[in-house]
Design a protein around this ligand. Structure first.
Ligand SMILES: [Zn+2]
Length: 159
């Protein structure tokens, strides 16, 4: 009759991926997979769990800024141009993070969208800034003409 419990000889519990953990290489949901195993989808060995969110914050920021830059381009580029430039910067950061494995590859699409929107934003807002510059020059020209007209002794054409 054995009274004592047999020690739990089960192998030391290796951390198992919980819901919301994704493969850094292919973005496959790794729920139930342990460290050292291979990703069921792409076969790359799981060295560490991506504990961060599925999407890179930089990629999200890039896409949002890119969209804002396009939406606000009618504001003569004053808001849109900085947003467009930031969108491109964040897209580049996101792409680098994906390349060195600190951001999941699933953010690639969003980073690309951010970059494309950013460049569209640069073009649209650049054109609007040129229009604004044109208006300013015309305005300065009118003021200048009015000033010289008032101060100068150019005779008014009277009927
Ligand atoms: Zn994978």
């Amino acid at each position: 009759m054995q009274e004592h419990h047999t020690p739990n000889t089960a192998p030391t519990a290796t951390p198992t991926a919980k819901e919301g953990v994704y493969c850094l290489s292919c973005g496959y949901n790794l729920v139930g997979v342990t460290i050292g195993e291979r990703c069921p989808e792409c076969g790359s060995v799981i060295m560490q769990f991506a504990t961060r969110n599925q999407t890179s914050g930089k990629a999200v920021a890039s896409m949002i800024l890119g969209i804002i830059s396009i939406v606000t381009c009618m504001g003569y580029g004053i808001i849109g141009m900085p947003c467009a430039i930031l969108a491109i910067v964040f897209a580049k950061k996101a792409r680098l993070a994906i390349q060195n494995g600190t951001a999941p590859v699933t953010s690639q699409g969003m980073a690309t969208a951010g970059r494309v929107c950013g460049w569209i934003g640069v073009v649209l807002n650049g054109l609007m800034l040129l229009v604004l510059l044109f208006y300013i020059l015309v305005f300065i020209g009118i003021i200048g003409a009015a000033a010289t007209g008032a101060a100068g002794n150019t005779p008014m054409l009277l009927p």
